[in-house]
Design a protein around this ligand. Structure first.
Ligand SMILES: NC(=O)c1ccc[n+]([C@@H]2O[C@H](COP(=O)([O-])OP(=O)(O)OC[C@H]3O[C@@H](n4cnc5c(N)ncnc54)[C@H](O)[C@@H]3O)[C@@H](O)[C@H]2O)c1
Ligand SMILES: NCCCC=O
Length: 481
């Protein structure tokens, strides 16, 4: 809940109220970091960077492995904090924490093998390249995967020898502090991973800071554009992990049970508040009725309620205004001719203590058409839109008809068709016969307005390092003068 804004260059403290979505009430207030605090954080990261960059890859690797070990050991505690802060089921939060320590382990594994190449030149001369860190990197996160986002950004950054100042979303400020605590306990130099709290103004101070070498951002497209603009003023490289409206294509020759499970995974994790969700579900006409019937049946079975209970699979949305925003999309979908096949209502769980939380029933919309708002815009809530199609060529054209390009999925038993279709899909991450799995060994990121740069996978090393070329002369200088 943001109070006012901070005009650039004017130092006014903002106060944030921290709501707990499970109960719908304030559990804390905190002050945001202003220009002065941001500068202190960057300066302390800069001092830590001087020590860290001198360490060998093996030394950095050992510390990252120790941090990964501590995260594994504290998994339940971190997952509980994440659930209280975000509202996602604790079952799911534990999976997020798993991909977090796995990410640290993965980049610990790469840290020691980072290096350049040696090139022979005429006359015994030679050249070589060094892969060097960038300096102080900034991470800015969204509220849907707070701990995971901070881990996915900091692990490759630190493995490459950088320092990081991270700003979580003001809606979910807590779990990143645990990550900072863990890095410190694991042995990183003080200040190497700093956390500043706040909203847009704090984020702007970070992006504009002259000692910041790079900005890695996860959030919405409109904010991504602003960040790119700010960073361009200092010619700072940016990674943008932005929103999506991804297609999931279900061909009639698929294994229907798997396709239904895939569609559920593609739409209802974290209350549907997932960037890469496959919310445009294109189903081939021959199996439309059967698929729809089964998806609706499964959706109605999702247990909504206190996300700290083991068998809950859907908790509250992040806050009241977002809940209203999502319900507004459903109202508009009805007005535009979509049919609510299930859900889409406010939900008051039986437990009286949850009565003020931000719960809704997961929704499946039928009779959807390409031009409807629910099909075109990112809803970021538990709302699946089902569309029918007849041919492969037609569905490809329609699937790609969007400015977003984060993810896409296809379900079919025809292996040739599967690869032919994903080759044509304009999306950074494509799934064949599954959806929303995130192995950290594979790069993650978008095409088109869903952003650029990647997280995870070997390639991300290139987004957190720079290449130096050294040219060595073994003979005399042959001057042209
Ligand atoms: N592609 C991905 O990996 C990915 C992952 C998670 C979420 N997302 C996207 O994030 C969005 C939801 O998250 P959100 O509501 O937190 O997004 P948001 O853009 O509102 O905010 C994201 C972060 O940016 C900060 N911020 C806001 N304005 C800023 C500014 N002018 N300068 C600097 N920082 C600023 C916010 O405080 C927050 O920390 C969705 O669109 C979703 O698809 C993308
Ligand atoms: N598990 C990856 C989710 C990132 C997007 O919100």
């Amino acid at each position: 809940f943001e109070f006012g804004t901070l005009a650039p260059k004017v130092f006014i403290l903002e106060i944030y109220l921290l709501f707990i979505p499970i109960l719908g009430r304030v559990i804390a207030t905190f002050l945001c970091s202003g220009e002065k605090e941001v500068d202190l954080a960057v300066q302390s990261a800069k001092a830590a960077f001087k020590i860290w960059r001198k360490k060998s890859g093996m030394e950095r690797s050992r510390i990252l492995l120790e941090a990964a070990r501590i995260i594994r050991e504290r998994k339940d505690e971190i997952a509980t904090v994440e659930t209280i802060n975000n509202g996602k089921s604790v079952f799911e939060a534990r999976l997020d924490i798993d991909t977090s320590w796995q990410c640290l382990e993965y980049y610990a594994g790469l840290a020691a093998s980072m290096g350049g190449e040696h090139v022979q030149l005429p006359g015994g001369s030679f050249g070589y390249t060094r892969r060097e860190p960038l300096g102080v990197c900034v991470g800015i996160g969204a509220w849907n995967y707070p701990f995971q986002i901070a881990s996915w950004k900091s692990a490759p950054a630190l493995a490459c020898g950088n320092a990081m100042v991270f700003k979580p979303s003001p809606f979910t400020p807590v779990s990143t502090l645990l990550l900072a605590e863990i890095y410190t306990e694991a042995g990183v130099p003080p200040g190497l991973f700093n956390v500043v709290q706040g909203g847009a103004a704090t984020g702007q101070f970070l992006c504009q800071h002259r000692d910041v070498a790079k900005v890695s951002f996860t959030g919405s497209v409109p904010t991504g554009k602003k960040i790119m603009e700010l960073a361009s003023k200092g010619v700072k490289p940016v990674t943008l992990e932005l929103g999506g409206k991804s297609p999931l294509i279900i061909f009639s020759d698929c294994d229907i049970e798997n396709a239904v499970r895939g569609a559920m995974m593609a739409n209802f994790l974290t209350q549907g508040e997932v960037c890469c969700n496959g919310t445009r579900v294109f189903v081939q006409r021959e199996i439309l009725d059967k698929f729809t019937e089964e998806v609706v049946k499964q959706t109605k079975k999702i247990k909504i309620g206190d996300p700290l209970e083991e068998d809950t699979r859907m908790g509250p949305l992040i806050n009241r205004s977002h809940l209203q925003h999502v319900l507004g999309f459903i109202e508009q979908a009805k007005n535009e001719g979509a049919k609510v096949l299930c859900g889409g209502d406010l939900c008051v769980p039986e437990d009286p203590k949850l009565k003020d939380g931000y719960y809704m029933t997961p929704c499946v919309l039928g009779n959807c058409k390409d031009g409807m708002t629910c099909v075109k815009e990112e809803i970021f809530g538990p709302v699946m839109s089902i569309l029918s199609f007849d041919t492969e060529a037609e569905v490809l054209e329609r699937a790609n008809d969007t400015n977003f390009g984060l993810a896409a999925g296809v379900f079919t038993r025809d292996i040739q068709r599967a690869h032919r279709v994903v080759a044509e899909l304009q999306a950074g991450v494509c799934y064949i016969n599954n959806y929303n799995v995130s192995p950290v060994e594979l790069p993650f990121g978008g095409y088109k307005m869903s952003g650029f740069g990647r997280e995870n996978g070997r390639v991300t090393i290139e987004y957190y390092s720079q290449l130096k070329t050294i040219c060595v002369e073994m003979g005399d200088v042959e001057s042209v003068f």
